[in-house]
Design a protein around this ligand. Sequence first.
Ligand code: ACK
Length: 345
Amino acid sequence: SHAPPNATYQAQAQLEKITVGSANVELSETVLGRGEYGLVTRGYATGLLGYPPRTVVAVKTLIRPTDPKQRACFLKEIDTMMTIGRHLNIVNLLGTVVEGNPMLILEYCANGSLKRFLKKQRPEFFYNHVQPDGSLMPFEEAEFQRKQALLNQRTDNIYGADVRQEHDSQVLSTRDLITLSYQVVRGLEYLASHAIIHRDIAARNVLVTDRTIAKLSDFGMAVQWTHDTSVTEKDFDYPMPIKWMAPESILRKTFSQKSDVWAFGILLYEMFSLGGDPYPDFTVQGQVMEFIAKIMDGTRMARPIYFPSDLHIKMSTKCFEIDPADRPTFMDIRQILEDFIPLTR
Ligand code: ACK
């Protein structure tokens, strides 16, 4: 019963909660990925206000659109996306279909998930930006080497030794990892300012555009809090991202901006290990209590090699304070990053 490829659907072009016209969406045969209950397909939209006549989009649909539970979850996700509004570091909502086969039409992020993007960089990553003592090489020197590497790569291209897609030809450096982290923080700071808790912050849920802009996605677990400063979940009836979860979320099922901060700390490990798995030596399945006991005893992951040590001390360790009140806010984290690197934007 799920949406067949090459079919065209009538959709509402959305500007946040406001419908700004109608659009047509054609699904392609390219499945970009699948989640717990959703399927993401590449599509083409016509009639989107302010976009090219035929825009490449990502279309999220339900694998089983008739399942009432999945349908309810998905309609809630659509509603959350409408509430969030626009920000450079959030995957923008372009349109919706809310009847029949519900659809979420999102901007297309050519580089896929941050997790995949980082792993793809491993062979060419500019590791010599980190000096033997773990500190960052002076930026001028690092930038010089980076340009040199790009130049060499271009020469390779001229001689036909290595012809690549445009978005594959960039060499990522430690500086880029910091910039990407900064972009994720900007998105999270925006969410926090709108009282939205994401609850599933992880590299797999951040998307990267063709111009290497990081965007938060997957708002299926997101909630907005009203009066209280945290949200308590009665029961988990879906798989939880234990390794990204703050102790109070695992033990007491409470969520807040500060539990998102913990998850962001784990994301930093993923970032600076180029898509490495957190706590690689530990399997949580069936051992959640053993895992949380270790965390409460103070066990933390080792600093990944590409993580500048001063930044690690200033920020990452603080994200893993047991008491949520001791963790920095996203605004604090943004400030630390802004002080650390004179960003050229
Ligand atoms: O790393 P990926 O190929 O990129 O695997 C995930 C998968 O779908 C499940 O979420 C891809 N994906 C999701 N949303 C988008 C989007 N807006 N643009 C491009 N790829 C997407 C993602």
